[in-house]
Design a protein around this ligand. Sequence first.
Ligand SMILES: Cc1ncc(COP(=O)(O)O)c(C=O)c1O
Length: 340
Amino acid sequence: MKQFDLRSDTITKPTQGMREAMYRAEVGDDVYREDPTVNRLEAMAAQLTGKERALFVTSGSMGNLIALYINCGRGNEVLAAQDAHIIQHEIGAPAAIAGVLPIGIAAPRGILSAQLLADKVKPQAYDLAATTMVEVENTIGGCCYPVENLIGIREFATVHGLKVHMDGARVFNAQIATGVSISEYASYADTITFCLSKGLGAPVGSLLCGNEAFYRQALKVRKMLGGGMRQSGILAAAGIYALEHHVNRLADDHLHAQEIARTINAAGWAEIDMDGVQTNIMFFSVEGMDGSTVVRQLEQVGVLANAEGDNVRLVTNLSLDDEDTRQLCRILAKFEPKKQ
Ligand SMILES: Cc1ncc(COP(=O)(O)O)c(C=O)c1O
C-alpha cells in the first residue's frame, strides 16, 4: 500500500538535483572559515534576510539556542507564545543550556502583539529576572505573522530595550503565502533563523542571521555547543540548491493543504478551521477520539500523521505532488474514524 507521509515537512529526502549539487560541492575546513560553499550559502542568507552576516548551523534548535544565549543572557527572561517551539519542543534547552527563563504567553494562533506583551516586561527590582528578549515564530502552527503585529512588537521592544529574535524555521512559507519578503520580516527582528530542512527539502541545516557583532559571538557559541563543522560545504550545497529551486514550489504545498482540508471538511468526519490553513500545516480533531487513535487509524489507510493531544497534524511537503494529493484526498473522503 502506498504511504502518504504528512507527519512533517522534515521527512523529505534530497532530490536527484540536490544530491548532484552536494556531490559537486567545493569544500574546505569551515571552522577555519575556508569552506567556499558554506561561505556562499551564508552570503546568500545574509542578502536574503538583509542582515550583515549569517551563520550556517546544524539545526533550527541550535540557531534559536545561540540567539537566546547571546540576546538574553543567563538569568534573564524571554517572552514567547506559550506554544512556541522554543518552549514546547526544544527539550528545555533555553533554560538548561542558555540559562534563560522562558515566559509563555497565551496568544490567539500563537501570534503575539504589543498589547499582549504590555504587562509582561518585569520592572527592575533586586529580586526579579530581567526581561531581555521577545521571540516570535513565523510561521507558527502554519500561521503567518501579520506585519502590523511585528511593527508593534518591534516598537515595544525598542522602547523597553528588548532584543527580538524571529524563529523563521518556515519563514519562506510565510513569504510565499503573504508576499511579504523575508528581508521585511527580518527587519522587525534583531536576529532570525530559517531552516533549510523543512519545506525547502534540504537534509540538514539552518541559517542564523544578525549583525556583525552578533555573528562574531555566534561563531564562538556555535563552536562551544559542538556545532563547528568541517567540510560542511556538502551540506551547504544542498541548502543553496534548496534556495535556488525549492522556494517558489512551496506554493504547491499550500495548495495541497487547502485541497486536503477542504476534502476533510466535505467528508464531515472532522472540521478544519480554514482560516488557520494559511501555509502547509493543518490541525483537526475528531469528536470523542484522542489524536493518537485517529493517527493509528489513518496509518491503516496509508496516511501518516502526527498527534498532539486531541489534535491531529498534517503537513504537506515536497514528497507529495498533485497526483499524490488527489489520491490522498480520495482516501480521506472515504475515511471513517471508528470510536473504540
Ligand atoms: C518552528 C520551529 N522552530 C524550530 C524548529 C527546530 O528545528 P530543528 O528540528 O532543525 O532543530 C522546528 C522543527 O520542527 C520548528 O518547527
